[in-house]
Design a protein around this ligand. Structure first.
Ligand code: CP
Ligand code: NVA
Length: 320
């Protein structure tokens, strides 16, 4: 059975730990200059319907360092961009490559891609989920704090794709998460409901609030992202008004624990959701976080392409 990573919910707590452990092990090997060509001769196809710096370069570099190869497939390079169906694209690519990574708009489209693919499909961001980002984030938090369970992450800003994957990821590993979002910009109800179902199994707590100060009180990690995600440009003005008061600045960071770390998935809009003072300041771990995308991708690729049996089979219809 082919395993896919479309949402954090496709992974069990044990599988997340296995990915993080593999990522940490391969990070050490890279540091020591030891080869780790676990995917020799394997190819990753990477479909991008939106721009990317980190996801593209980290996956491509990860594949090279693992002894494999990655092919960048922009929408205008593929017949998909001229109307070939997602299903036919999946069927064809499956005959060439060993896994497909896709960054798409609609989450249903990646579900469709996975449905017709006989090789693993990895979500490199959709409008609803960004699981690879969360895995890199958990690796970063674990490195900085020495553990995950029992920590508090405060999300400040839009209840978007990055927030959704964190809600699922944190509750699967026993981290408490409080999201502070303006009214009307809270994460979708079904994602919150799933996070609330995960939480009792790991001892995590989930809170959705509207007050950033309330979210950051006692926080070990503060996390923010852009106020206008890719594909939302028509809502820019309305969003700029809604998110006033949700900036991560020194005053807000001062309300968290003294050793709080500040994360941002990047790209950042300095002066909007985060100030220069914070992103360049002593609490910021954003560059470690960006680097860890590559190490986490290696953990994901090796587990999905190398040791297929260790991942749960997809749940089919309705899977997020
Ligand atoms: N954080 C992230 O996914 O960055 P890119 O859009 O540059 O890939
Ligand atoms: N929420 C952002 C994340 C970019 C990595 C977006 O979807 O544009």
């Amino acid at each position: 059975m082919t395993k896919h990573l479309l949402s954090m919910q496709d992974l069990s707590s044990k599988e997340i730990e296995a990915i993080l452990d593999k990522a940490a092990e391969l990070k050490q090997k890279l540091r020591k200059g030891e080869p780790h060509e676990l995917l020799n001769g394997k190819t990753l196809g990477m479909i991008f319907a939106k721009p990317s710096t980190r996801t593209r370069v980290s996956f491509e570099t990860a594949m090279t360092q693992l002894g494999g190869h990655a092919i960048y497939l922009g929408m205008s390079d593929l017949q998909l961009g001229r109307g070939e169906t997602i299903a036919d694209t999946a069927r064809t690519l499956s005959r060439y490559v060993n896994a497909i990574m896709a960054r798409l708009f609609k989450h249903e489209d990646i579900v469709e891609l996975a449905r017709h693919s006989s090789v693993p499909v990895i979500n490199g961001l959709t409008d609803i989920h960004h699981p690879c980002q969360t895995l890199g984030d958990l690796l970063t938090i674990r490195e900085h704090k020495g553990k995950l369970r029992g920590l508090k992450l405060a999300w400040v800003g839009d209840g978007n794709n990055v927030c959704n994957s964190l809600l699922l990821g944190c509750t699967l590993v026993g981290m408490n998460i409080t999201a502070a979002c303006p009214r009307g910009y809270e994460p979708p109800a079904d994602v919150v409901e799933q996070a609330r179902k995960n939480a009792p199994k790991t001892g995590a707590k989930v809170e959705i609030v509207n007050d950033p100060a309330k979210a950051v009180a006692g926080a070990d990690v503060i996390y923010t992202d852009v106020w206008v995600s890719m594909g939302q440009d028509a809502e820019r003005e309305q969003r700029m008004n809604a998110f006033k008061g949700y900036q991560v600045n020194s005053q807000l960071v001062g309300k968290a624990k003294p050793d709080v770390i500040v994360l941002h998935c990047l790209p950042a809009h300095r002066g909007l959701e985060i100030t220069d003072e914070v992103i360049d300041g002593p609490h910021s771990a954003v560059w470690d976080q960006a680097e860890n995308r590559m190490h986490a991708q290696k953990g994901i690729l090796v587990l999905l392409m190398g040791v297929k049996k260790s991942l749960r089979k997809p749940e089919g219809k309705g899977r997020r």
